[in-house]
Design a binder for this molecule. Sequence first.
Ligand SMILES: C[S@@+](CC[C@H](N)C(=O)[O-])C[C@H]1O[C@@H](n2cnc3c(N)ncnc32)[C@H](O)[C@@H]1O
Length: 186
Amino acid sequence: MKLKSALNFSHFLLEEIIQPNDTVIDATAGKGNDTLFLANLVGKKGHVYSFDIQNDAVKTTQNLINKNNCGLQTNVIHDGHENIEKYVAKPIAAAIFNLGYLPTGDHSVITKGQTTIAAIQSSMKLLQKNGLIVIVIYYGHPGGKQEKEQVIDFVKNINQSEYNVLQYQFINQIHEPPILLAIQKR
Ligand SMILES: C[S@@+](CC[C@H](N)C(=O)[O-])C[C@H]1O[C@@H](n2cnc3c(N)ncnc32)[C@H](O)[C@@H]1O
């Protein structure tokens, strides 16, 4: 077994948790790769709510979903993840956040600490028992370190009698290796 990258580890964790028919959230749709991954895990009777504030990201994600015949179980929503509770009312099995900017998009559009934390809090309210929120933090860009510090400070203080919180990162890599956080409802 090889140690997994943060991205591969995020998929490994989600695969362990998500069952057919579950409701799940992709909080940062981007190019739609995670949305498609989730749509395949929940199947036609499950549901994926996928959010992005960039028009291009929403279009690209919707196209990918349509091309793969996953439209039935997927809502791609052109809105900020801080508004999750306007759209999702059912308990969720999982949520995935990929923080930072879309490499193929406008690099000045970044996720921000305050709205990210609001979205994590909404996801925590919706989370079912043993459900999992996975957050992959990329922070090498301007504004990234500030968001990383805000998010880590928030998750460190989550009540341990209600949630377990994990941090996963390669600590001997140059530059800014991504950090994975996982919040599981007990
Ligand atoms: C690192 S990318 C996500 C990559 C994506 N998971 C993929 O598979 O391609 C981050 C995305 O978050 C989006 N974003 C930034 N602020 C947001 C917000 N408040 N709500 C939802 N999405 C947001 C950006 O537009 C960008 O597409």
